[in-house]
Design a protein around this ligand. Structure first.
Ligand code: S3P
Length: 428
């Protein structure tokens, strides 16, 4: 339980932890490289620690060389070895989905993937189906974990994603590294492309056309060095708090601004936010920049289905922004939120209602009546979901009475030092 008191404003400059999506990929791909990969700016969190444990259990060596530097001794594309125990993916959806694609290519080895209670309720048929089509041996508990995978010789396929999911896309592309020809994924709407970028950096031939990604199976992978930018999804709660609190002035350094991830910044800007993106550069094949954020009054907007993947993890924060904006807002086409660490449509609507906001859940999103003043505050439960815990904290900062967060420790799933960072920035 953590109480987040109201703040007057947010001031200062911080760096957020390394991007979680890119950190998972660096360790998973590093594990199947030839030779050593050095990962700088690795974002340690409960989720990424599960990935490090998983590749160690499968035979790759991971040496911690500093607070956020890892040296991975890869075993080569086909060198992973089944462990005696099942692989515990804990709460990490990205780990289980991406690793499954790699394991499908470890010919005649048998693996079992498990997860915590939340991960065990999340859909796995979305990866089991394409992997089975490629010829892998896949067994799930009616579409859920535990997942048994037997690596087999794989057929290249062309796979049209039934849901806009970077995890499913990545799973198929990673399995495609082991297939007997070119594997193509067709995606209805662009989703984060970190896997494509990192595979390219590792020497894989990846062709990208609008809505279509093709990989050619390589002889070997070699990454060398990966520099992980700050996680825009961890920056997002701070960006929102600074936007909502009058007098704020916040700088965030070295944040990843990959255009497949910046939907929340674009949406806030169209609502009137004052965010500048400067010092644009490229690091490790990913766009990076510094951000500065000042307070602004917000106006309502509508989120349409095509833009959902670009801010999927930030939609809970959007709901808070909209509830403090002028006018009525809506989110459509976000039914995927029901398949996250918890049902985020239900958790956000219940949580925000409980602190005084006017929000209603719909089948595929929210309807929100904006009231441009501080919400009352009160109690919010994280439901074990890191994004809901961080939403509750921003709510506390922007509220009249503060917010008591039940299950606040969930922030460690992606951002272990989150409460210290907000304490260091908040003026009270
Ligand atoms: C992720 C993809 C998204 C996102 C998750 C991380 C990734 O999930 O919500 O937090 O690293 O590929 P989906 O692919 O299920 O949309």
């Amino acid at each position: 339980m953590t109480f987040v008191a109201p703040a007057v404003s947010l001031h200062g400059a911080v760096a957020v932890p390394g991007d979680k999506s890119i950190s998972h990929r660096a360790v998973l791909i590093g594990a199947i490289c030839e030779g050593e990969t050095v990962v700088r700016g690795f974002g340690w969190s409960e989720d990424t620690a599960a990935t490090v444990r998983a590749v160690r259990a499968l035979g790759a060596e991971v040496v911690e060389e500093g607070a956020d530097v890892l040296r991975i001794r890869g075993v080569g594309l086909r060198g992973l070895r089944a462990s005696a125990e099942p692989i515990d993916c804990d709460n990490a959806g990205t780990l289980v989905r991406l690793l499954a694609g790699i394991l499908a290519g470890q010919t005649w080895q048998q693996f079992e993937l498990r997860g915590d209670e939340s991960l065990s309720t999340r859909p796995m048929s979305r990866i089991a189906e394409p992997l089975a089509q490629m010829g892998a041996g896949v067994e799930s508990a009616e579409g859920h974990l535990p997942l048994g995978i037997e690596g087999r010789p794989l057929q290249a396929i062309t796979y049209e994603l039934p849901v806009a999911s970077a995890q499913v896309k990545s799973c198929v592309l990673l399995a495609g590294l082991y297939a007997n020809g070119q594997t193509t994924v067709l995606e209805p709407v662009p989703t984060r492309d970190h896997t494509e970028r990192m595979l390219r950096a590792a020497g894989v031939r990846v062709r990208v056309a609008p809505g279509r990604i093709t990989v050619q199976p390589p002889e070997r992978l070699e990454l060398g060095e990966v520099e992980v930018p700050g996680d825009i999804s961890s920056a997002a709660p701070l960006v929102l708090a600074a936007t909502l609190l009058p007098g704020s002035d916040l700088i965030l350094s070295a944040v990843g601004v990959n255009p497949t991830r910046t939907g929340f910044l674009d949406v806030l800007e169209r609502m009137g936010a004052r965010i500048s993106i400067f010092n644009r550069r490229t690091a490790g094949g990913e766009p990076v920049a510094d951000l500065s954020v000042a307070h602004a009054e917000l106006v309502a907007t509508e989120i349409v289905p095509e833009e959902v993947p670009r801010l999927v993890d930030e939609l809970p924060l959007f709901a808070l922004a909209a509830s403090m904006a002028h006018g009525d807002s809506r989110v459509r086409g976000a039914e995927e939120l029901r398949a996250k660490e918890t049902d985020r449509i239900a958790a956000v609507a219940e949580g925000l209602k409980g602190v005084g906001a006017h929000i209603a859940a719909t089948g595929d999103g929210f309807r929100i009546r904006g009231v441009p003043t501080r919400p009352r505050g009160g109690r919010m439960a994280s439901a074990g979901d890191h994004r809901i815990a961080m939403l509750a904290a921003v709510c506390g900062l922007a509220s009249r009475d503060g917010v008591e967060i039940e299950g606040s420790e969930a922030v460690a799933i992606s951002f272990p030092g989150f409460f210290d960072v907000i304490d260091s920035l908040a003026q009270r």
